[in-house]
Design a protein around this ligand. Structure first.
Ligand code: AP5
Ligand code: ZN
Length: 217
């Protein structure tokens, strides 16, 4: 199946996407990860987006739609695509619909991960990520077994994101409510919206998403 994980910054989209990759062989398409990779590579585009991202604003539709198009036409679909952090505007949602149609694919579910705003600050400010394999951790809710060492790959190169500070988070939330939240109504109207409680424990959220994926269409 092809699914969208929709939710505010810190809702747990990346965390659940990685589990679906591991457990089901799906393919994660995270525009945030693609943009951070472009920044790390020092490309022209990476340089152009780095300030915008650090401030917590959205980059242009043109750039992210281009990235998704490139990945979808290039990548193996595995057992399905997980759109993580995309689409984020109505124009991106329309573009995704057109792209899927052109590739002869459909969209099976849009999973809205609901969380309480107050919880997001704690989620975001406690987050760190393995610089080698990308595994996502949290100081309190998902620490590494050995401090500073990745459980998955053993690397000791933990990173914190430049946009994970209180000011940028406020801006990211504002962008979410102004530009992305309307997609909840959009996909509801298309009959594709499903909801999970993103405040539950990571395993429980994973179970709720699995139930949606395994439900007969
Ligand atoms: P992006 O990388 O997409 O960031 P985001 O949407 O802000 O989402 P996050 O990665 O912050 O959160 P998440 O929901 O993945 O949560 P996570 O699993 O890490 O975008 C970054 C920037 O790129 C944007 O601001 C924009 O500038 C640009 N951009 C990207 N896509 C774009 C687009 N389509 N259009 C325009 N611009 C775009 O979890 C968070 C923390 O909580 C972790 O520490 C985790 O361990 C913990 N946690 C997760 N689940 C649970 C749980 N159930 N219980 C307790 N703790 C949990
Ligand atoms: Zn790792």
């Amino acid at each position: 199946p092809n699914i969208i994980l929709l939710g505010p910054p810190g809702a747990g989209k990346g965390t659940q996407a990685r589990r679906l990759v591991e457990e089901r062989g799906m393919v994660q398409l995270s525009t945030g990860d693609m943009l951070r990779a472009a920044m790390a590579s020092g490309s022209e585009m990476g340089k152009r987006v780095s300030d915008v991202m650090a401030r917590g604003e959205l980059v242009t539709d043109e750039i992210v739609i281009g990235l998704i198009e490139e990945q979808m036409t290039g990548a193996e679909a595995g057992t399905g695509f997980i759109f993580d952090g995309f689409p984020r505007t109505l124009a991106q949602a329309d573009a995704l619909g057109a792209l899927l149609e052109r590739l002869g694919m459909g969209l099976d579910a849009v999973v809205e991960m609901r969380v309480d705003d107050a919880a997001l600050v704690a989620r975001i400010t406690g987050r760190f990520t393995c610089g080698n394999c990308g595994e996502v951790y949290h100081d309190v809710t998902r620490p590494t077994k050995v401090p500073g060492t990745c459980d998955v790959c053993g690397a000791t190169d933990m990173k914190r994101r430049s946009d994970d500070n209180a000011d940028s988070l406020r801006q990211r939330l504002m962008e979410y409510y102004k530009k992305t939240a309307p997609l909840i109504g959009y996909y509801y109207a298309l009959g594709q919206l499903k909801r999970v409680d993103g405040l539950a424990e990571i395993d429980e959220v994973a179970r709720a998403i699995a139930e949606i994926l395994d439900a007969p269409a």
